[in-house]
Design a protein around this ligand. Structure first.
Ligand code: GDP
Length: 526
C-alpha cells in the first residue's frame, strides 16, 4: 500500500477531560458517525466509579473494559481516525500522560457549568510540554452554564493557551437555540435529539440580514450580532499554523449527548488536525514518510487471569509500515523479534492485522521483553524520546513480609513498574521506594504481587511531596548535594539520581542553595 497516502489520511488523537465532562459520550458519537458502532451505549465508560474505589476486583473488571477501548479506529470521509482512550480517574493519570505521548493532537472536553477543572489543567500541562495541538469542545450547552466569554477567559488563564471560538452559542440551557459557525458562516439550530446524526447548517452570509429573525427570536439575533462583533474585534483570526504549533486552541460549543455540534467538531478536526509527521529520537528526527519501520511502546497491559499471564504492549508506529511476522530490531535488548499476531483495535472489536501505518497503534503480544519506552526499528539504533516518567505524588517504602519470598517480590515489583503501574526508586542500593499518582495503585500492587508472584508486602508512607530528577554540569556541586541530601536521594530505573523534596519550600531552598543544579519534574530533559 502507498505509505505516503496512508500516513496522510491518518489522524491519531486522544479525547481528554476531567471526569464527567463528557469524554465517553463524545467518543461514542464520533464512533456513531464513523459507523464503527450502530447504537449509542455501545462504548463502555472506562471510568472507575467512586463507589468502586475500595473494591479492587470491580476496578479490575472496569480496567478490562478500558483495555478493550484503549484504541478505537474507524474510517470517516476517507480518513482513518485512531482515538486513543485515556482513563479519567485521577489515580491513573500517569497512564493518560503516557498515552498523550503517542498522539498527534488532542480534543479537550470542558463542562460549560464547571469550567476548567483540576484534572484538565494537569493534562494540558503535558500537552503544552509536547506542543500538542488542542481543540476545545465546550459541552453540555443544553444546561445553564457559565457565560461563554467568561469560559474563554478562564481557558486562556488556566490553560495558558490562546483560544479562538469557531462556533458561538446562541443562548444556553433551557433557551439554547444553537450555534453560529464563524468559520463556515452558518447557523446550526439546536434540537434535543440523542439519535440523529445529521446536522443541517443554514447559510447566513450576513448576520445583519433580517432573514436571521426567521430562524431565531429577535432579541437573540441582536445579542448574537453583538457577540460576534466582539469576537471578531478581540480574538485573532484562526490560523492553522498557530494551532498546529500548540499555541492556539479553536473552541467549539455543543452538547455531546444531544449529538449537537459534534459533526462540526469532527469535520473541522479532520480538516485541521495534523497527520503523523516527525518524531524526535535521541539520535535524530524520524519522518513518518521514511520507508523503514520505527515506533515505540507507550503502554503495557497485563492480563490478570493467572492462567493467561500474557501482556499486551501498545505500540505506536512512527515511520514505515509494520508487517506481521517480519523481524524487527529491539534497540534496548539489541536483538531481533517478530510478532505473529499484531492486533488492531476497532471500537469493541480487535483483529489481527497484516500491515499498519504511521499513526496506528497496535497491540503486540509480549512475554516480558517489552518495556514502556522501547523502540523497534528495522536495524537502526534509534531511541524515541518524549515518553518520560512524571514526578509521582505519593511515596511509600516497600517492605517484604515474607523473607522466603524475597526473590518473587523483587521480580514482581520490577515487572509491575515496567508495566507502568508505579515507579520504582532504589535508595542506598537496597531500599525500594514506590511512587505513584494515586493511592489506588498501592492496592493494585499489593494484590498483584500476592496473586501473580506469591509475594507479600507492606507499605510505609513517606513524607515526600515530589520527585525531582537532578542534573548539573558543576560536578562538585552535584556531588556535594548528593552527599548532603543522601537521605532524600534515590536512583530511578535508569540509575539517574532523583531528589525527593518534602515540600515546595524545601525545593525552593534547594534551588537557591545549589544554583548550578537543575531540578526536573520529568525524567526526560535536554
Ligand atoms: P466522562 O467521564 O468525561 O467520560 O463523561 P461521560 O461521557 O460519561 O458523561 C458524564 C455525564 O454527563 C453522563 O451522565 C452524560 O450523560 C452527561 N452528558 C454528556 N454530554 C452531555 C450534554 O451534552 N448535556 C448534558 N446535559 N449531559 C451530558
Amino acid at each position: 500500500m502507498d505509505l505516503i497516502k496512508e500516513t496522510a489520511r491518518r489522524k491519531t488523537f486522544a479525547i481528554i477531560s476531567h471526569p464527567d465532562a463528557g469524554k465517553t459520550t463524545l467518543t461514542e458519537k464520533f464512533l456513531l458517525f464513523g459507523g464503527a458502532i450502530q447504537t449509542a451505549g455501545a462504548v463502555k465508560s472506562n471510568k472507575i466509579r467512586k463507589t468502586a474505589t475500595s473494591d479492587f476486583m470491580e476496578i479490575e473488571k472496569q480496567r478490562g473494559i478500558s483495555v478493550a477501548t484503549s484504541v478505537m479506529g474507524f474510517e470517516y470521509a476517507g480518513k482513518w481516525v485512531n482515538i486513543l482512550d485515556t482513563p479519567g480517574h485521577k489515580d491513573f493519570a500517569e497512564d493518560t500522560y503516557r498515552t498523550l505521548t503517542a498522539v498527534d493532537s488532542v480534543i479537550l472536553v470542558v463542562d460549560c457549568v464547571k469550567g476548567v477543572e483540576e484534572q484538565t489543567e494537569k493534562l494540558m500541562e503535558v500537552c503544552r510540554m509536547r506542543h500538542t495541538p488542542v481543540i476545545i469542545f465546550i459541552n453540555k450547552m443544553d444546561r445553564e452554564g457559565r457565560n461563554p466569554f467568561e469560559l474563554l477567559d478562564e481557558l486562556e488563564a488556566k490553560l495558558q493557551i490562546s483560544v479562538r471560538p469557531l462556533t458561538w452559542p446562541i443562548s444556553q440551557g433551557q433557551s439554547f437555540k444553537g450555534v453560529y459557525n464563524l468559520y463556515k458562516k452558518g447557523l446550526n439550530l439546536f434540537e434535543a435529539n440523542t439519535t440523529r446524526i445529521s446536522e443541517s447548517i443554514i447559510k447566513v452570509s450576513d448576520l445583519n440580514d433580517p432573514e436571521l429573525e426567521k430562524w431565531i427570536p429577535e432579541s437573540f439575533c441582536h445579542k448574537l450580532r453583538e457577540d460576534i462583533a466582539l469576537i471578531e474585534g478581540v480574538y485573532e483570526p484562526f490560523h492553522e499554523e498557530t494551532y498546529r504549533d500548540g499555541l492556539l486552541a479553536p473552541v467549539f460549543f455543543g452538547s455531546a449527548i444531544n449529538n449537537f455540534g459534534v459533526k462540526e467538531l469532527l469535520e473541522t478536526f479532520l480538516t485541521v488536525a495534523p497527520s503523523p509527521d516527525e518524531r524526535e529520537a535521541a539520535e535524530r528526527i524520524v519522518k513518518a514518510s521514511e520507508p523503514a519501520m520505527s515506533g515505540f511502546v507507550f503502554k503495557i497491559h497485563a492480563n490478570l487471569d493467572p492462567n493467561h499471564r500474557d501482556r499486551t504492549a501498545f505500540f505506536r508506529i512512527c515511520s514505515g509500515s509494520f508487517e506481521r511476522n517480519k523481524f524487527y530490531y529491539h534497540t534496548r535488548l539489541q536483538k531481533k523479534i517478530r510478532f505473529s499476531s499484531p492486533t488492531q483495535f476497532m471500537a469493541n472489536e480487535k483483529s489481527v492485522v497484516d500491515e499498519s501505518f504511521p499513526g496506528d497503534v497496535i497491540g503486540l503480544y509480549d512475554n516480558g521483553s517489552l518495556k514502556i519506552g522501547d523502540t523497534l526499528t528495522e536495524g537502526e539504533e534509534l531511541h524515541f524520546r518524549g515518553i518520560p516518567s512524571f514526578s509521582p505524588e505519593i511515596f511509600k517504602a516497600l517492605e517484604n513480609r515474607d523473607p522466603m519470598k524475597a526473590k518473587q517480590l523483587d521480580k514482581g515489583i520490577r515487572q509491575l513498574t515496567e508495566e507502568g503501574v508505579a515507579q520504582l526508586f532504589i535508595q542506598h542500593g537496597a531500599r525500594k521506594i514506590i511512587g505513584t499518582v494515586g493511592e489506588l495503585q498501592f492496592d493494585v500492587i499489593k494484590f498483584r504481587l500476592e496473586h501473580e508472584y506469591g509475594a507479600q508486602c507492606d507499605f510505609t508512607p513517606l513524607r515526600f511531596h515530589k520527585a525531582f530528577w537532578i542534573t548539573g554540569s558543576n560536578k562538585e556541586m552535584l556531588d556535594e548535594f548528593l552527599r548532603r541530601k543522601w537521605n532524600a536521594i534515590a536512583l530511578d530505573k535508569e540509575d539517574h539520581p532523583v531528589f525527593f523534596a518534602e515540600s515546595e519550600w524545601m525545593m525552593k531552598t534547594a534551588r537557591e542553595d545549589y544554583p548550578d543544579l537543575e531540578f526536573h519534574t520529568t525524567s526526560e530533559f535536554k
